[in-house]
Ligand binder design. Structure first.
Ligand code: KG4
Ligand code: ZN
Length: 343
């Protein structure tokens, strides 16, 4: 049987990405054009700048992905694109490009949900993976727990009531003067530092529900940055103190994510946890989650680091189970900025 060769396109936020994946599991190429340097001076993603950069990057990204995979447009089985959720102007660039390519080539079009794609990334390299699982999505836009019964079946259990955890990393990093994007900067600074010198609240950690809140901790980080001498006069923090604040922040956030995820597995009687999204790249989260899951006899699945942050491999990958389920899109596929119940 011939292979299912899918071109994936991802433009929901600040990465312009294209990839070719065979049979949903075998990446033949992956191109990620990051816009980090464009958004750096603003300390966050500026939607208009993102859209413009996607327009410039999308065709070169697609061309490069096809060339590196050694696959021509006519050899493709399908074209998949993230259509939701994300920045509307950013999504539109990818959706328009995918529709044009599908129309020109006559190939089937598949509209992929970015959240489902992030979660698929954790299990795409696991041939004998079996559902159900509890899923934790931790990214710049989402912090949510789901009860997952299939690649396309994620029931929302709870999520952040304010900032997403990646957003908290980005804001805390800005407050600490560590730069953008904040996740990698905080992780780097916190390496080998004391996470208990500055202690931050573990908001909602003991509450029975599966919601999160991460907006308070960034204010606490800001306060922690204001040191005082014995007379109450303001003194700037030393680089060592800043690094310890970073470690304290990271530890507090990781504590909450680990506690709530493990509790969801135990409460639902599902001994399997899937984690996806940019923050899943964090080494401390991976380590602490692994320890807690081992202790609770929970099987744990993380994507490889390069498939945690936004990429098109996860989009082209998820297209395979979608295609098998007959879930093709029409050429009137629309970009949708947000979906209900996906906090
Ligand atoms: O999944 P993603 O690439 O985009 C969204 O869908 O939002 O996630 C981006 C987020 C950013 O907030 C970034 O700071 C965070 O993931 N991130 C990390 C790490 N690498 C990226 N957070 C913590 N530790 C990291 N190593
Ligand atoms: Zn993402």
């Amino acid at each position: 049987m011939s292979r299912f060769l899918c071109l994936g396109i991802e433009t929901s936020c600040d990465e312009t990405a294209a990839a070719v994946v065979a049979d949903g599991v075998d990446p033949l190429s992956s191109v990620v054009l990051t816009q980090e340097r464009l958004h750096e001076k603003f300390g966050g993603v500026v939607p208009e700048i993102a859209s413009r950069a996607h327009i410039e990057g999308i065709l070169p990204a697609v061309d490069t992905a096809l060339r590196r995979a050694g696959v021509s447009l006519t050899e493709l089985s399908a074209i998949a694109v993230t259509y939701t959720p994300g920045l509307i102007g950013a999504l539109l660039v990818g959706v328009s490009a995918a529709k044009a390519l599908a129309l020109a080539s006559g190939k089937p079009l598949i509209g992929v949900d970015h959240i489902q794609a992030h979660l698929y990334a954790a299990r795409m390299g696991v041939p004998d993976f079996r559902w159900p699982a509890v899923s934790l999505l931790v990214s710049g836009g989402h912090t949510s727990l789901y009860e997952s019964r299939g690649d396309l079946d994620h029931r929302f259990l709870g999520g952040t009531r304010d900032d997403a955890v990646g957003e908290a990393f980005d804001k805390a990093s800005k407050a600490l003067g560590l730069g953008y994007p904040g996740g990698p900067a905080i992780e780097r600074a916190a390496q080998g530092r004391d996470p208990n010198r500055f202690r931050f609240a573990r908001t909602m950690i003991d509450e029975a529900h599966f919601d999160f809140s991460f907006s308070g901790i960034k204010t606490s980080v800001l306060y922690a940055m204001h040191g005082q001498d014995a007379r109450g006069r303001a003194v700037p923090r030393t680089p060592e103190e800043v690094a310890d604040i970073a470690a304290g922040f990271q530890e507090a956030v990781v504590d909450v994510l680990v506690a709530k995820s493990v509790r969801a597995c135990l409460r639902l009687g599902i001994p399997r946890l899937v984690v996806g999204g940019g923050v899943a790249r964090n080494g401390r989260l991976r380590q602490r989650m692994a320890e807690a899951c081992a202790a609770g006899h929970i099987e744990l699945f993380f994507p490889p680091p390069e498939l945690c942050t936004d990429n098109a491999v996860m989009v082209a990958g998820l297209a395979w189970p979608m295609f098998q389920a007959g879930l093709q899109a029409d050429l009137d596929l629309d970009a949708v900025a947000t979906k209900q119940h996906r906090r």
